[in-house]
Ligand binder design. Structure first.
Ligand SMILES: [Zn+2]
Ligand SMILES: [Zn+2]
Length: 338
């Protein structure tokens, strides 16, 4: 079978591999789609702290069950909860397995889903709701990241939000915030194409290559700033500006992973009594909630899948994402096309 392999720094290679080997408790999944995530970009660039070549990319995969198992039957459409937790560290023992000291993921720490088929334990499979398209369902894994973030931020209906970064995570954050009743959601980026899509989704686009995000948010909020800011860009400028854009007693939720320490204006956290909130992946419960939520958000979820690439051409996905003119949001590999 074919697979997209991380072969070392800046090497994304299509390889012919032997068929996957059956495992006890696991069923074979014929992969339909697998989304490409920011962490996959880190792997490709050789900067991911854990991923080791050779590795099959992909933790955002959906597909159909190929053989009857205990709980799942042949033909069931499924998505996979990809977290791997140790089960015995403090986090795991206290019900927080998603922040396990040695947290791993399928597709980062073990082979993933950008391939024709693989065996997956039945206890991490979730059935995709009937009627939800594959195009929408492939975003369930990143959607569960957003559920965690809004839960962590304790976001409430009618609050104003700023989302920095209109990549897949920022765009999904905006979609969820509107759906749960945000009064206004500003979203910033430098990509015209991404901002056009954001506007179609009902978000207020701010092009930070020529507009001043802080000024726009302040003038829309009586000079006070937003209630909640979701940092989804990982950028140095965002880290420095986020406390300024957020109001007194506001919350700042760190969704993006900042790969190196960035300057933060900590004085404003004191003076404005702001809360800075961490969020990391999602619980299994939140993953299940995202599966159900995909029924509600289906049409918007489909819109953020901007590019679908056949598996045999998927070696180019990282160049596509890096090409700012393409304005990709979510790039997905179609593993079902021979
Ligand atoms: Zn991801
Ligand atoms: Zn653990």
């Amino acid at each position: 079978m074919k697979a997209l392999i991380y072969g070392g720094e800046r090497q994304a290679l299509i390889r012919e591999l032997p068929e996957p080997i059956p495992k006890a408790g696991a069923v074979k999944i014929n992969v339909k789609y697998c989304g490409i995530c920011g962490s996959d970009i880190g792997i490709f660039l050789g900067t991911h702290p854990r991923a080791k070549a050779p590795l099959i990319f992909g933790h955002e995969f959906i597909g159909s069950v190929a053989t009857d198992g205990e709980r799942f039957k042949k033909g069931d459409r499924v998505t996979t909860f990809p977290l791997l937790s140790c089960g015995h560290c403090l986090a795991c023992r206290t019900g927080n397995m998603h922040v396990c000291n040695t947290l791993g993921l399928i597709g980062i720490d073990v082979d993933g889903g950008v391939c024709e088929s693989l065996y997956v334990n039945e206890d991490v499979l979730f059935k995709i709701p009937e009627g939800v398209s594959d195009r929408a369902a492939v975003t369930i894994e990143p959607l569960s990241v957003i559920l965690r973030a809004v839960h962590q931020a304790k976001f409430q209906a009618r609050e104003t939000a700023v989302v920095i970064g209109a990549g897949p995570i920022g765009m999904l954050t905006g979609i969820v915030l509107l759906n749960i009743g945000a009064s206004k959601v500003f979203i910033s980026d430098i990509s015209k194409k991404r901002l056009e899509l954001a506007e179609k989704l009902g978000l207020i686009p701010v092009d930070v290559s020529k507009e001043n995000l802080n000024g726009i948010v302040k003038s829309a909020t009586d000079e006070e700033g937003c209630d909640v800011l979701f940092e989804c860009s990982g950028s140095e400028a965002a880290a420095l500006e986020m406390t300024e854009i957020t109001r007194v007693s506001g919350r700042i939720c760190m969704v993006s992973v900042h790969k190196q320490p960035h300057k933060v204006d900590l004085r404003q956290i004191n003076f404005k009594e702001q809360s800075m909130i961490g969020t990391r992946v999602y619980t299994k419960e939140e993953f299940g909630q995202a599966v159900e939520y995909s029924k509600v958000l289906e049409k918007d979820l489909e819109k953020i899948v901007t590019h679908i690439v056949p598996l045999k051409e998927s070696g180019k996905v990282f160049d596509m994402i890096a090409d700012k003119d393409l304005g990709t949001v979510k790039v997905v590999v179609d593993c079902s096309i021979k």
